[in-house]
Write a protein that binds this ligand. Sequence first.
Ligand code: TRP
Length: 364
Amino acid sequence: MLLFYSKKPFHTRYGGQRDESPSLLDTLYLILYTCYMNKPRIFSGIQPSGNLHLGNYLGAIKNWAKLQDEYDSIFCVVDLHAITVPQDPEALKKKTIEIAKIYLAAGIDPSKCSIFIQSHVSEHTELAWILNTITKIPEMERMTQFKDKSEKLDKSKISMGLFDYPVLMAADIILYDTNLVPVGKDQMQHIELTRDLASRFNNKFGETFILPKGYTTKESANIMGLDDPTKKMSKSAKSEYNYIALTDDEETVRRKIKKAVTDSGSEIVYSDEKPALKNLINIYSLLADKKPEEIEKEYAGKGYAEFKNGLADVTIAFLEPFQKKLKEYDDEKVLEILRAGAEKVRLLATAKMEEVKKKIGFVL
Ligand code: TRP
């Protein structure tokens, strides 16, 4: 029965209707699916703010598309996280859909996994509130990302939301009994906090949450800024010469790559002593699917200018068809997929929240 039923992905059966409540058969399917699938679950998310860039794609999204066959995967557009710093409402809306389109264009397949918008499943904020009550101020004050972000802001502009950001992230993760969280190294401290909060809750109220682990692959090694190879490529960078946006056109790509900082010397070698060049070779290698040694050989005896030209060529060869795909998606259709994704994961979220509420003594 399971095999037969699972041929039809959720989103096609739901037709994207938010208010269509799941049938008994759907609930039964979910229970059987969870028992029989037996695949570890992964959860990850990206904020709909700033410009998504090559670092996001090569360091995260591209790998997610590979993980979806092996893992029970949930990918989220984390709009509730985005508003921890001020956002323009119209831009936020646009970005939210754009991130979802980028997931789809990268090959993330809604019939194999769930893609949804964080604010569509209110259990995230509900669980975050409960976790807040077992979180200590000093452990939040230790969060490096908070310290970095808040240092750049005037104190009067630092919101409680920005401070609380990691607790919401913990809620995102443990709400779904997540086993693994594919994230960059900079997020590992948040995963540690997530484990601490999950185990604290379990100790206080009885086994409820799975303790997740961070998951980084060699490929997800950080892609660094083009203007500063000591810092991660960042969508909130001050200079546009830090990143190549997934929406940059050919002229912009060539201009940015030309301006990318390089190291002293003129040979194309892949080494820790030449961090700027190493970063550019990493990007080349991931885009062209060639090993760094092959690229060194290809450019032996050639200079930076030629190498940069080659890098611009492979970047454009990737971006052009990618952008063409992005343009083909229709906003309404994408929203339908996102709503269906929310319906699917909401079944897990409400079941978990019921358990949580019972354990902490809420009257149901
Ligand atoms: N904090 C993450 C980032 O900026 C985004 C995020 C929010 C996330 N919730 C998550 C990542 C849950 C993984 C799992 O990169």
